[in-house]
Design a binder for this molecule. Structure first.
Ligand code: MD5
Ligand code: FE
Length: 208
């Protein structure tokens, strides 16, 4: 059942069809190689993220968006395909009843192996308050949805499974959130992903 976790934060369990999951896994496999290889992002203070990331449309480097992957190989990132933006519009429509003029220009593709995590953070590098659409494939995870004031409590823990969509908009767009744990071995290898968790987030950068 569709569940509103907080105002504007809508969980759509099992939203992706199996064909869509397979298509996304195959597409991500190609995007993870060229033109910019998927890599562990290095933070400005030297920390290395356990998650691996590749971007479409705009390249995220902490903490800004650029057209070229200056911290990887300097090449322009691949475009965001219209079919993926369409998928994002459908998710927003299913979450809110209408998509308005939702037009994402960026996708961040994160791969989590069984050990990877993401600490509590806010996504504030976009100059737009348009919703973020999150799509999960492969191993399940513990997703921690917090509040807009602090990294800590109160938060709501939600399990995200393969095929789930989550839309973060309105008052939830700038909430703290993180992924404290991946449940290794819970995915469905028939999607083409034998292990790990894939997460795609569609975003509006507000850049042009
Ligand atoms: C993930 N990725 O599962 C998550 C899904 C990231 C990241 O956090 O920054 O790459 S995106 C979840 C998200 C986005 C925007 C707002 C909120 C959650 N929120 O308000 O909770 O790899
Ligand atoms: Fe985030």
């Amino acid at each position: 059942p569709i569940r509103e976790i907080a105002p504007g934060a809508v969980h759509l369990p099992g939203w992706l069809t199996f064909d869509e999951r397979r298509r996304l896994v195959e597409a991500c496999r190609a995007w993870a190689k060229e033109p910019v290889p998927m890599r562990h992002t290095v933070l400005p203070r030297g920390g290395v993220m356990s998650v691996q990331t590749v971007c479409l449309g705009w390249h995220w480097q902490p903490y800004r968006y650029t057209r070229t992957a200056d911290d990887v190989n300097g090449r322009p990132v691949a475009p965001l395909p219209e079919w993926l933006a369409d998928l994002g519009r459908r998710a927003v429509t299913d979450a809110y009843g209408e998509a308005g003029a939702y037009d994402p220009d960026t996708a961040l593709i994160n791969f989590y192996d069984g050990q990877a995590k993401m600490g509590m953070h806010q996504d504030k590098d976009e100059k737009s308050d348009a919703p973020v659409v999150s799509l999960s494939i492969g191993d399940a995870c513990l997703f921690r949805f917090g509040n807009t004031e602090t990294r800590g409590r109160p938060y709501t823990d939600v399990r995200l499974d393969s095929g789930d969509a989550f839309v973060f908009g309105g008052p939830s767009r700038f909430a703290y959130h993180g992924v404290p744990k991946v449940y290794a071995g819970t995915g469905d290898p028939a999607t083409g992903l034998s292990s790990g968790r894939l997460n795609l987030t569609l975003r509006v950068t507000g850049l042009r």
